[in-house]
Write a protein that binds this ligand. Structure first.
Ligand SMILES: Nc1ncnc2c1ncn2[C@@H]1O[C@H](COP(=O)(O)OP(=O)(O)OP(=O)(O)O)[C@@H](O)[C@H]1O
Ligand SMILES: [Mg+2]
Length: 327
């Protein structure tokens, strides 16, 4: 069961439910490329004017092909890299602006979980120390209080502290390590989690378990998610709204229904045509690579069952490779 006492998100809710938790305004980041053109260095327009609004308690899916700027956008939101232009507004306060939120204050409220569960964990620290590190350093908790909080968080993410607290990252499976990464991200009691391909490296049964855990956490801790994934089926399942990125820009944005049933942009339509499906009505003779072409609109897909706040549960028995609960 989720421990609500860990979250103090409600009293930090300054603008009320109608105020977006996050606004990105015209974010830009251009990197120097390897090539040269007329004697000048070519620039990669990784993010080229991205704007969106994220409502509190919702999940925004971000999709688009590899290299379209999804991770760069996430890093810009967290100010892990400095934007060339644009601003991030968190619950009504501009991040990094003179009278706004400092980057440190913003990072207490916004955390990220990456795809590679192993490289984001210190191999020489125990699981409990990894999770306790943030509360100890950023929130100045005494070591034994930080340790207690770490153990509660491990419990919350489905890792029994008596078994896992003293273990090291290499002793855990990929799914268990990703649970540790989620616990660590939650340790500072954030209001927004950015999940950058956070379940993409897991096998399907473990992925389903982690998605169910994320749904429970979102509901019980009043979290808001940005869910970045190349897997359109998963994005459709977990998101309330979706933005589609192409060459550093958002080419289409809308509710899940609008994007998956009435996509207007040719690029979104092409992405959807290349999407693997279990629906027999969408069976195609051609392999996926030849289907990634701009084409006529899709037949309407059945809409998934949705709950009011969490996303619908995922069956963890859909694949043969089913493991024990905390895999
Ligand atoms: N530090 C950097 N220096 C130079 N170019 C970069 C840097 N980071 C990203 N890029 C380039 O910016 C573009 C967008 O990269 P990004 O990692 O945001 O893509 P992505 O949509 O997350 O892709 P993927 O789905 O493969 O993770 C790519 O062309 C990438 O090569
Ligand atoms: Mg990426």
């Amino acid at each position: 069961m989720i421990d609500r006492a860990l979250s103090d998100g409600s009293d930090r809710d300054r603008g009320g439910p109608a105020q977006p938790l996050l606004l990105a305004r015209d974010l830009k980041k251009h990197f120097p490329g390897k090539g040269r053109w007329l004697g000048r260095r070519e620039m990669v327009q990784a993010v080229d004017g991205v704007s969106f609004s994220l409502a509190k308690g919702t999940t925004l899916g971000v999709v688009g092909e590899s290299g379209c700027g999804k991770s760069t956008t996430a890093r810009l939101l967290l100010h892990l890299i400095k934007p060339d232009a644009g601003e991030v507004i968190f619950d009504g306060e501009a991040v990094g602006a003179p009278r706004g939120l400092t980057i440190r204050e913003m990072r207490l409220q916004m955390q990220m979980v990456f795809q590679d569960s192993y490289s984001s964990l210190n191999p020489r620290a125990t699981i409990a120390d990894i999770v306790a590190f943030g509360p100890r350093t950023a929130k100045h908790l005494r070591p034994h209080h930080a340790r207690e909080r770490a153990e509660r968080l491990l419990e919350q993410v489905g890792l029994r502290p008596s078994f896992f607290a003293r273990r090291y990252p290499h002793e855990l499976s990929g799914g268990q390590r990703q649970r540790v990464n989620i616990a660590r991200a939650l340790a500072l009691e954030p209001r927004l989690l950015i999940l950058d391909e956070a379940v993409s490296a897991l096998d399907k049964s473990v992925e389903a378990q982690i998605l169910n855990l994320l749904a429970d956490l979102r509901r019980d801790l009043d979290l808001t998610y940005i869910f970045i994934s190349h897997d359109l089926n998963v994005v459709r399942h977990v998101s309330d709204r979706v933005v589609v990125m192409y060459l550093g820009r958002i080419v289409e944005a809308g509710s899940v229904g609008e994007i998956f049933r009435r996509a207007r942009h040719p690029y979104t339509q092409a992405l959807l045509r290349a999407m693997p499906s279990m629906d027999p009505d969408r069976r195609t003779a051609a392999p996926p690579s030849t289907r990634l072409r701009v084409a006529a609109s899709e037949p309407a897909a059945p809409s998934p069952r949705r709950s009011a706040r969490g996303f619908p549960p995922v069956s963890t028995r859909s694949t043969a490779n089913t493991r024990s609960p905390a895999t």
